[in-house]
Design a protein around this ligand. Sequence first.
Ligand SMILES: C[S@@+](CC[C@H](N)C(=O)[O-])C[C@H]1O[C@@H](n2cnc3c(N)ncnc32)[C@H](O)[C@@H]1O
Length: 232
Amino acid sequence: MLNADPAELEKFGDLAHRWWDPNSEFKPLHEINPLRLDWIDRHVGLAGKNVLDVGCGGGLLSEGMATRGANVTGIDLSEKPLGVARLHLLESGQKVDYRKIAVEQLAEEMPGAFDAVTCLEMLEHVPNPSSVVAACARLVKPGGQVFFSTLNRNPKSYLFAVIGAEYVLQMLPKGTHDYAKFIKPSELARWSKLAGLEPDELIGMSYNPLSKQYSLGRDTSVNYLLRTTRHA
Ligand SMILES: C[S@@+](CC[C@H](N)C(=O)[O-])C[C@H]1O[C@@H](n2cnc3c(N)ncnc32)[C@H](O)[C@@H]1O
């Protein structure tokens, strides 16, 4: 059975035409993109690397990595965001191979094919996130890195990511996030280890509503990133 929630895929499909509008529902992704891109590039050295972006959506991160010289494959199961991502390549002149395929299926086809794998802001939208983590682990070369980001599960993240972002600040459409699907760093670390990935670095990504700026730092209580390395 496909590890996907049709309602989630439809939700992103319905918004897809606004993906590259920096003032749309995707504004937060636009604002965090340079931070996460720099962080990934610093660890991977993207130029010339084969990178897979899982749950790529309209291609903000995929294209950003291509701009840094990586050979990027972007996969998603929602058709419309992939269409938008392909169209945007015509504007930017970048090259990304976008495919509609489940990460578990790609792992059967191309085990160990990638120098690095990214899976950002996606795990909290799937029914079985540990299966995605395991597939990412299979897709990266031994010694290669896998990067995840998602939302922590605690009262503060409920307050900030659901009530604050969706209802008070109205940065995101209501219903964007389902609190029950948020993932504690300890859970993500456990799934990573079970899949043969060593967690190397956990960092937080925070939003300051006064300065309206995102930053990377120690506070992992709401949004966080985990960098892992596949055992050689
Ligand atoms: C919040 S967006 C994040 C997009 C991109 N990773 C980023 O951070 O800019 C979540 C994406 O996950 C995709 N998605 C949800 N379930 C998926 C699944 N089972 N397989 C692949 N992609 C999925 C959605 O279609 C959507 O494009």
